[in-house]
Design a protein around this ligand. Structure first.
Ligand code: PFF
Length: 459
């Protein structure tokens, strides 16, 4: 795809737009609409949001620039890109391990991501059937509980979503989807605006707004700081090679900085709109923000059940969420499939089938986490409590593996690559370059290390 892209008859401009669309498709997903609101609710609101925004600026944006840079320089699947660049810099081959860790993280994330995307698919059908018209908060909650306590049904939706994802990946036609991203993303933003407009009529808009934007630092723990940082990686698809894989298709003369600002800006906007839509509904219906992973599924249907054209808007909205999840899911598994194709001489179809079955199988554990295995939890006193299989995978990937990937990327680019090469390849405005280089060399790695050490109570 890389050479085809660079030689595209639409020239470099088309390259830039296509890259931004693909990367935005990867970044904007369940992380923005499902995860951001619920972890904000779990972690007390404003102060958590502020830390998250700081992490986007001081960690996420520099790491995204570094990942695109590495991808463009290497031009291969992340595992082989890291291997090649390490060799070029006379560094140890162990750096391929960074690519490996990312590919495995992507597979693990997809295993539960698909289960949640399945919930959104189930809700699309319920919306279209008018199940939520006039529903109360209690009614909506019991519909959610009925769905998640039924393992067979969850398994069916999980299977369907995995099939949808692996079909696209196996045909290698991801770029076909980018055309759809071009108009579906703006549509998603419009739908969110409609929801925000509805939220202003609930009588609790100010309360929701304050919850989201007025920081109460007494609610902040070292664990919530870790979750905020982990989410900055998760929401921008960083630390596991997804953006690195897409960076391989970026033409040389395109500004990495500008492109990154656009992707991160769009991603953050979607998350904040989702929060602004959801929390007023929470307060207007006397619900609590700390509802956990079911938060959007227990709140948004109330809004759609009450507004004019609610069936139409609600169905469209959940279709858009499924689509956003789909374009993210594809990028989660691409690094692993690309590596199998490059190194094991497998066809894309075979590679996708193997990886798809493995991922599906791990996903069954997350399906069961919401019902049969709900009580099968484990704890490490002083660190975390009562984690299900799903919580464990989510915590391990978003809060450990992705930040660790980001840390190693920052160290590789900031300390192990020859300075002049980095400068030459980045080719950006001198001041911007100086700021970025200082961030990726010192600030980003230091922050990640401090947050890690604080979370495990070592400092
Ligand atoms: N960024 C996606 C989201 O916010 O839903 C999730 C994701 C995609 C994470 C790709 C990591 C990744 F590599």
């Amino acid at each position: 795809m890389s050479s085809e892209f660079r030689l595209s008859m639409h020239g470099q401009w088309s390259g830039r737009v296509a890259f931004i669309l693909a990367a935005t498709g990867s970044a904007v997903g369940l992380g923005n609409i499902w995860k951001f609101p619920y972890i904000t609710g779990d972690n007390g609101g404003g102060a958590f949001v502020l830390v998250y925004l700081f992490c986007i600026v001081l960690i996420g944006i520099p790491v995204m620039m570094a990942e695109i840079f590495l991808g463009r320089k290497g031009g291969l699947s992340p595992i082989n890109t890291m291997g090649m660049l390490a060799r070029e810099e006379n560094r140890h081959g162990i750096w391929r391990g960074l690519g490996w860790m990312g590919a495995i993280a992507g597979l693990l994330i997809l295993s539960y991501y698909s289960v949640i995307a399945g919930w959104a698919m189930a809700y699309t059908v319920r919306m279209a059937a008018g199940v939520f018209v006039g529903a109360t908060a209690d009614g909506v909650t019991s519909i959610f509980v009925a769905l998640t306590s039924d393992p067979e049904r969850l398994l069916g939706w999980h299977t369907l979503f995995m099939l949808m994802t692996m079909t696209i990946v196996s045909r290698g036609v991801q770029h076909g989807l980018e055309k759809a991203v071009r108009f579906l993303m703006p549509l998603l933003l419009i739908m969110l605006l409609i929801l925000v407009a509805y939220a202003t009529t609930t009588g609790a808009f100010a309360q929701g707004f304050n919850y989201l934007f007025y920081p109460d630092f007494s609610k902040l723990t070292s664990e919530s700081v870790l979750v905020a940082m982990g989410h900055a990686f998760f929401t921008l698809s960083l630390g596991m090679g997804a953006i690195m894989a897409y960076g391989a298709y970026l033409p040389k003369n395109i500004s990495i900085a500008k492109t990154t600002f656009m992707i991160a800006g769009a991603d953050t906007l979607v998350a904040l709109f989702a929060g602004l839509a959801i929390f007023p509904i929470v307060f207007a219906n006397s619900m609590t923000p700390a509802e956990g992973p079911g938060l959007i599924f227990k709140t948004l249907p109330i809004a759609f059940g009450q507004m004019d054209y609610g069936i139409l808007f609600g169905t469209l909205f959940f279709v858009l969420i499924v689509f956003a999840a789909w374009t993210s899911a594809i990028s989660l598994i691409e690094p692993m499939v690309a590596w199998l194709v490059e190194n094991k001489n497998l066809s894309r179809i075979r590679a996708s089938a193997y990886i798809g079955v493995l991922t599906w199988f791990i996903g069954v554990g997350s399906v069961l986490s919401f019902n049969v295995w709900e009580k099968a939890t484990w704890s490490i006193p002083g660190l975390f409590k009562d984690l299900t299989f799903f919580d464990t995978l989510d915590g391990l990937t978003a809060n450990v593996l992705l930040p660790l990937g980001g840390l190693f990327i920052a160290i590789f680019v900031g300390h192990l690559m020859a300075k002049h090469k980095v400068k030459e390849e980045m080719n950006s405005h001198p001041l911007l370059y100086t700021i970025w280089y200082a961030l990726i060399r010192y600030v980003t790695p230091l922050l990640v290390i401090i947050v890690f050490l604080k979370a495990i109570k070592l400092i």
